[in-house]
Design a protein around this ligand. Structure first.
Ligand SMILES: Nc1ncnc2c1ncn2[C@@H]1O[C@H](COP(=O)(O)OP(=O)(O)O)[C@@H](O)[C@H]1O
Ligand SMILES: [Mg+2]
Length: 350
């Protein structure tokens, strides 16, 4: 049978706000689970004791008089809990009369917790919208690559043909220039859709730690890194993963290169960690570089978004990495503190 009283109690126990029922002496008659958690005692202990012994505050002095004009109040209040911790809260109180007796229902909301919740929701939302955006950019990029790639191939063969027939040195030199620029464009296009076109190489069981070590050596060959202290902590017994090694290598090189670039010419550290957690292998790359300004956070994965001088970066690194990891059903997570450094995490399902 439906028991309304029981049902009410169950609902009160589910809500995150602290609930108290007090009488007009401010003695506690009832409370919910969140109240027990906040005060750190079992629910039964509350009964028949003054509320002020749990939530100390001057607020209670004027509590009853605030109901002279209204049956409901919404106020901010500060309390001191039994363990001396402070609580800043939004308090809602409703006056009800039961059998001629005046009772008050209180809902108390921790302001700090409220702010944390809002922040969490915001981050989540931001991630959703940027992932959504990246998906549609991916379709666009594939379309553009196709539309540009085809004419480029015909231009390239025409250039080739003229080069074979011309005897003029000037024309020949200019055609070389055209050819090198065509190569540049087709390189970019190739990068742009690297992970959307089926790769020539097939996935095979791959040792993630070895791949990461190779990436580090390759970066060290290509960039000046004497100013940087690389700290490795790679868990030895990781299971091998079935991936296209070249693609994942590409991701690691991108992330390490970005870390190196962010340290610039100063001295700094780059930590590289691998370990297994639940159903995935985690690869963490952390640097003590410039960090990423908040306003750029949801743009860094966009194609051609770069804060680097031309020649150092064209902004495809993270975009391509994102695509490769997504194809592996993995995730790239990023956190950064401007001025202190950044941390990139790759989660790969085992
Ligand atoms: N570890 C990092 N530290 C600071 N900024 C970073 C880091 N990684 C990426 N970024 C920022 O994200 C942008 C995009 O990165 P990426 O896609 O690799 O392109 P590129 O390296 O060619 O600029 C960089 O230009 C930089 O502003
Ligand atoms: Mg890069």
């Amino acid at each position: 049978m439906f028991d309304e009283k029981f049902n009410c109690k169950a609902i009160l126990d589910l809500i995150p706000e602290t609930y108290f029922l007090v009488d007009d002496n401010l003695t506690v008659l009832d409370s919910n689970k969140a109240a027990s958690a906040l005060i750190n005692t079992a629910t039964n202990n509350f009964k028949n004791k003054p509320i002020n012994s749990y939530l100390q505050s001057n607020f209670w002095n004027s509590f009853l008089s605030s109901f002279e004009k209204a049956n409901e109040i919404n106020e901010e209040a500060k309390f001191i809990l039994p363990d001396k911790k402070r609580l800043e809260a939004n308090l809602k109180a409703v006056k009800t009369e039961v059998n001629g007796k005046c009772l008050f229902q209180l809902l108390i909301q921790d302001k700090k917790k409220l702010q944390d919740n809002v922040k969490e929701n915001k981050m989540f939302e931001q991630q959703i919208t940027s992932v959504y955006k990246l998906g549609s950019i991916g379709t666009l990029a594939a379309g553009i690559a196709h539309e540009i790639g085809n004419p480029l191939t015909s231009i390239s063969s025409v250039v080739q043909m003229i080069k074979r027939t011309t005897k003029e040195k000037f024309t020949d030199e200019k055609l070389d220039l055209v050819k090198s620029q065509i190569n540049r464009i087709s390189n970019i296009i190739h990068q742009l859709v690297e992970f959307t076109s089926p790769s020539a190489s097939t996935p095979k069981p791959t040792d993630i730690n070895k791949l990461l070590e190779s990436a580090i050596s390759i970066v060290k060959m290509g960039r000046e890194t004497n100013n940087i202290n690389f700290i490795h902590e790679l868990k030895p017994e990781l299971p091998s993963l079935k991936v296209v090694p070249d693609q994942l290598l590409h991701v690691f090189i991108n992330l390490i290169m970005n870390a190196v670039d962010s340290i610039e010419n100063k001295s700094g550290k780059i930590w590289l960690n691998t370990f297994r957690e639940d159903g995935h292998i985690e690869v963490v790359i952390r640097d003590t570089g410039t960090g990423i300004p908040k306003k750029y956070m949801d743009r860094i994965f966009e194609p051609f978004f770069s804060t680097k001088t031309p020649g150092k970066g064209i902004g495809l690194g993270l975009w391509v990495s994102y695509g490769i990891i997504k194809n592996l059903d993995g995730k790239i997570l990023v956190d950064s503190q401007p001025g202190l450094g950044s941390i990139f995490k790759i989660l790969l399902p085992v």
